[in-house]
Ligand binder design. Sequence first.
Ligand SMILES: [Fe+2]
Length: 377
Amino acid sequence: MSRITVQTLVFPETSGINFGAAVSNVDIEKLTDADFDVIRDALYAHQVLVFKDQSSVSPRAQFQLTQRFDPAATSYGHGKTLDAKRSILHPDLKTIPHQPQVQVIGNGFVREYEGLKDVTLKHPHHKTFHATAIPAHDDLDFTRFYRWHIDAALYGLAPPVVTTLLAVEVPSGRRQICRYDDGTGDELHVPLGTTAFVSGYTMYELLSDSDKEFARNTRVEYAPHPYIWMSGAKSRSDGLGMLSQGLEVPLDQLPTIEEDKIQILPMCWRNPVTGRLAVQVHPSAVRKLHLANGTVIDNLAEVRDIIHRLQRPGIAPNMVYAHDWEQGDLVLFHNRGVLHSVVGAFAEHEVRLFRQCNVAASHFPEGPEGPEGIAAA
Ligand SMILES: [Fe+2]
């Protein structure tokens, strides 16, 4: 018997958020099998789990919790691809030397942490990734979704099942207004440095019947070395995919491409416990669409427009869970059922230190038709 309790997060009635739960009475350093069963069931039911007061969790225990969802998985979700200096992910992550599946992310100068010395962390700022930016004089009050994504290499390595984020140090207080800046007037009040989550299941359920059918039957091809490939290109203002201005790094200027590492994944990923379908697409890494009738759409602008049209309703302001980080929060999320985004702009003196962990999975996500051949409509 486990003592763990799981409580669904409660939102105002106007909210469309239908995921998230708080998990209590848990000792992450000493998880029993019964404890893990409760956590696993909760994860696949609620997608995002919040554990309070976990400051003392070691990098090793964080890794072990993360890996327990896929015991055959061992290496960090991006493998060693982060080392590539041209990767857009390179500046954002610092590896903990004694637990290389765990990365330190955040903002500001850190003298010493878990074997890392004198590191300067930089919270990703949308001005480095978006085609346009909030003007500098508004930058402390207004912000944007930096980049909606799945944590995944999308080349060679299979997308991690879960990611854990632990808030070690959180600067207090300010709030910001997150603007979509896409002509809709949409905006969202958020705590400084929130992590924003949306449900891929809701994204699917919001589609029309014909779009659902299209999503169930279409496969998404990702670019080779996607984070280098997209490094020249610029994002839409809502952080949901790239603009098509011909700025991607040409394929012949990428590192050697191994054809068998290129990924063509279902557009809908099936929840292995509930059978529900999530529209799970990393919008900025998409390159081609493979339709049911064998047609391949390879016009990048058209591909991106289709994906954006399908995904955009799912990131409407009332669909976004913006986690209000407190020191010691550990958030475990289902990386195959939600999209997430960094948000916010810190001042240089605002020090924030987080630990992130995921592991490249030992298996690829299931499509609409699972291994038993059961179609989940
Ligand atoms: Fe992420």
